[in-house]
Design a protein around this ligand. Structure first.
Ligand SMILES: *[C@@H]1O[C@H](CO)[C@@H](O)[C@H](O)[C@H]1NC(C)=O
Ligand SMILES: *[C@@H]1O[C@H](CO)[C@@H](O)[C@H](O)[C@H]1NC(C)=O
Ligand SMILES: *[C@@H]1O[C@H](CO)[C@@H](O)[C@H](O)[C@H]1NC(C)=O
Ligand SMILES: *[C@@H]1O[C@H](CO)[C@@H](O)[C@H](O)[C@H]1NC(C)=O
Ligand SMILES: *[C@@H]1O[C@H](CO)[C@@H](O)[C@H](O)[C@H]1NC(C)=O
Ligand SMILES: *[C@@H]1O[C@H](CO)[C@@H](O)[C@H](O)[C@H]1NC(C)=O
Ligand SMILES: *[C@@H]1O[C@H](CO)[C@@H](O)[C@H](O)[C@H]1NC(C)=O
Ligand SMILES: *[C@@H]1O[C@H](CO)[C@@H](O)[C@H](O)[C@H]1NC(C)=O
Ligand SMILES: *[C@@H]1O[C@H](CO)[C@@H](O)[C@H](O)[C@H]1NC(C)=O
Ligand SMILES: *[C@@H]1O[C@H](CO)[C@@H](O)[C@H](O)[C@H]1NC(C)=O
Ligand SMILES: *[C@@H]1O[C@H](CO)[C@@H](O)[C@H](O)[C@H]1NC(C)=O
Length: 608
């Protein structure tokens, strides 16, 4: 279906592209024309935002989808492609789509976060995201970037390497065409609520408390057989190891509709593209009886390493190779949250089945051993093993000299709210500033120099210093409110230390930066010490990514070169914390060169 949409209309666009090339010829002169590369026609997708009734855990409810699919369609592209994705909104909600991690140079207009780089697409309207795939290969994903709609509006982006460029690891399966082999499975791990997610979020923010937690986690939209839907029991099987499975739960159509099954052939190697699409939970993932070899994270190749389990935060992606070299039977793949503070979260286990070809459905699957829910040591050591490939072909260009040093504290807090339960609402802040969403797109305000939308005085460090990760701070939890951005000079190198604090409670926070990849040069528990800790930074082959988990009561240092002008959002990728104001944006100034400024907005950019 995807491929069909992609080729339909290709003819028209090819001509439009040649026309654009011709304009280039006039302005660049003959030399420019001669060296114009022969470009392939852009790939095209149509995304219809529609409400569809879907049933999970015996609860049917209307959900917002793309093209009626849950999870949504996979976008298949190749490095160097141009892809046009036309989004038409048939739902009652405003919508916008973010292409998570897909770097768009000078073109924040297609990045997607509502009121940051665009106004939302209103009901009955369309907007075409004109995307370029440059210097990236692997797995990324797309999701709604407004309200909590990404609970059901998400899908995978698969970027194949340029034609003729092999993977820097053994081919997943030498017998099958590369394109097909690579796209064996996208394992989007998500969350499911039995009730309307938007109503749940509204109720939480009205009361000023965390909204109801999800009812299940899912793998490719399905919770798996540990949720005994068929028995209509409310009691979910939380401690999965001790469960005594009734075998009928693993047979029959009705049960399988809640379970994702991946069939494998003995002796073959599979590439799994794992995406954490959950709203609020960092997750462990493992496959019973099988090790995984990590080869890529956030569409950047890594030095391969083998592990029995992995940790993945909301927003992150991980590609692993799995060899089907075990006794042919059925094995569970499982995902369960990591939580190392005493907070109530949905801690239920989602499962899917890895099934060897020819094994009957009546065979009971084996469960994998996941790290304990509070296994901080596993998370720290797993993250330490992540290294950029840093080969001559795929170098890690870590900024060695730093032009701008930033230090941001992450805090939770409480602000007065007369209409809320107890008269306060829980909020969150960076450097004690709770971000206030504007009514118009920040990029438009920046580009058209509109006054009064935002200020550029976001502080480089907190005004008050304290023992950030000392005893819990429960008094004076107020913050200041504002739409304050940080201005960054074009092409300067930035080091940002994200420091968790014990304001209300310590907690781990997966931070996502739009418009850039960054290098994770260091991390630690406790307070960052600027005279001691930088000596331990990895400036050779640190992991390069777009989302990083800042450890509970700890810190993470990242570096990037600000060579992409525009307004770029940075936020905690726990949707709960984003709603509470744990976000800010950078204004990266234009450079002096002709191709170093923000492009003009597209004609169909949605107005406010
Ligand atoms: C969903 O189901 C409800 C109740 O059966 C029905 O009223 C509604 O029209 C359905 N909506 C869609 C989009 O199919
Ligand atoms: C949240 O959970 C409470 C307690 O179970 C329930 O009463 C309430 O209706 C739920 N809210 C929504 C919006 O589903
Ligand atoms: C997985 O890796 C562990 C640790 O390296 C090793 O002990 C185990 O035998 C491996 N299991 C499989 C199925 O290869
Ligand atoms: C899951 O959380 C509930 C409370 O929310 C707790 O009672 C239960 O022990 C937890 N289960 C696991 C496996 O951690
Ligand atoms: C993790 O949780 C278990 C069970 O609740 C507890 O016994 C153990 O002490 C905890 N470990 C750490 C490191 O907090
Ligand atoms: C509100 O007060 C009640 C009772 O004192 C307490 O249990 C609850 O945690 C408070 N809620 C918030 C959001 O502070
Ligand atoms: C910060 O608090 C921690 C925990 O209470 C304590 O161990 C540490 O000594 C304190 N640091 C400073 C600089 O006061
Ligand atoms: C945060 O700002 C509020 C309001 O200005 C102030 O009362 C509070 O002391 C500040 N807290 C910190 C930790 O800076
Ligand atoms: C940015 O600065 C680096 C180092 O000075 C330089 O090599 C590079 O050409 C600059 N890039 C741009 C786009 O100006
Ligand atoms: C930072 O580390 C230095 C060198 O080890 C030490 O002298 C200093 O006390 C530390 N600072 C803090 C605030 O802990
Ligand atoms: C949709 O977005 C427009 C433009 O920002 C806004 O005026 C309108 O109130 C929004 N509608 C809803 C239902 O939120």
């Amino acid at each position: 279906m995807d491929e069909q949409t992609a080729s339909k209309g290709g003819f028209y666009w090819r001509y439009l592209f040649l026309f654009l090339g011709f304009v280039g010829f006039i302005s660049l002169g003959l030399v420019g024309f001669i060296f114009l590369p022969i470009e392939a026609a852009p790939k095209k997708y149509q995304f219809d935002i529609q409400v569809k009734n879907v049933s999970r855990l015996c609860h049917a409810k209307p959900i917002v989808t793309v093209n009626g699919m849950f999870p949504g369609p996979t976008v298949y592209v190749r490095e160097g492609d141009r892809v046009l994705i036309r989004v038409t909104n048939h739902a009652q909600y405003n919508i916008s789509i973010h292409w998570h991690g897909l770097k768009q140079f000078r073109n924040g207009w297609v990045d997607g976060p509502a009121y940051i780089t665009q106004c939302p697409i209103k009901t009955g309207n369309s907007y075409t995201y004109d995307l370029k795939v440059t210097g990236q290969r692997g797995t990324l994903w797309w999701h709604a970037h407004i309200l909590w709609l990404r609970a059901t509006v998400y899908g995978a982006i698969v970027i194949m390497p340029k034609e003729g460029t092999p993977f820097p690891f053994p081919r997943p399966n030498s017998e099958v065409n590369l394109l097909l082999v690579a796209i064996i499975l996208r394992c989007g791990v998500g969350e499911w609520w039995n009730n309307d997610v938007e109503k749940i979020e509204k109720q939480g923010s009205k009361l000023g408390v965390p909204p109801n937690m999800s009812d299940a986690h899912t793998i490719n939209g399905k919770p798996g057989p540990l949720f005994p839907c068929s028995e209509k029991r409310k009691k979910y099987c939380q401690n999965s190891i001790k469960i005594n499975f009734p075998s009928h739960r693993f047979a029959g159509k009705s049960l399988r509709s809640d379970t994702f099954v991946m069939e494998v052939e003995q002796g073959k190697t599979y590439l799994l593209r794992i995406i954490n699409a959950a709203l609020n939970d960092e997750l462990f993932f493992a496959i019973a009886g099988h090790n995984m070899t990590v080869v890529e994270i956030d569409a950047v190749y890594t030095k391969p390493f083998t592990t029995q389990a992995l940790i993945i935060t909301p927003g992150q992606t991980t590609n692993v190779l799995v060899r089907a070299d075990q006794v042919p039977r059925r094995y569970f793949m499982a995902a369960r949250p990591f939580i190392d503070v005493p907070l109530a979260i949905d801690n239920k286990t989602a499962t899917a089945i890895l099934q060897y070809k020819g094994v009957p459905n009546t065979v009971r699957p084996i469960l994998p051993k996941l790290p304990a829910p509070n296994d901080t040591a596993f998370v720290m050591s797993y993250n330490k093993r992540l290294r950029s490939l840093n080969s001559p072909q795929f170098p890690a260009n870590v900024p060695l000299k730093v032009d701008r040093r930033l230090f941001y504290t992450i805090g939770l807090g409480k602000n007065p709210c007369p209409t809320c339960q107890n008269g306060t609402q829980i909020i969150a802040s960076l450097n004690n500033i709770t971000f206030v969403m504007p009514q118009t797109g920040l990029l438009q305000a920046h580009y058209f120099k509109l006054k009064g939308v935002f200020s550029t005085d976001f502080p480089d460090r907190p005004t008050i210093t304290f023992n950030y990760t000392g005893a819990p701070l429960t008094a004076n939890l107020g913050t200041s409110l504002g739409t304050r951005l940080s201005k960054i000079a074009f092409n300067s190198t930035v080091e940002l230390v994200l420091q968790d604090t014990n304001l209300l409670t310590v907690e781990s926070h997966p931070f996502h930066l739009h418009g850039y990849n960054f290098f994770v040069v260091g991390t630690g528990i406790g307070n960052f010490n600027s005279s001691k800790d930088p000596a331990k930074f990895n400036l050779v082959d640190p992991p390069e990514r777009n989302t990083i988990g800042v450890p509970t009561g700890g810190w993470t240092a990242i570096r990037f070169r600000a060579d992409n002008p525009g307004v770029w959002f940075m936020h905690c990728h726990l949707e709960l914390h984003t709603s509470w104001g744990l976000k800010m944006a950078f204004v990266v100034e234009n450079g002096k060169g002709a191709d170093q400024s923000v492009l003009p907005p597209p004609k169909d950019l949605p107005p406010c």
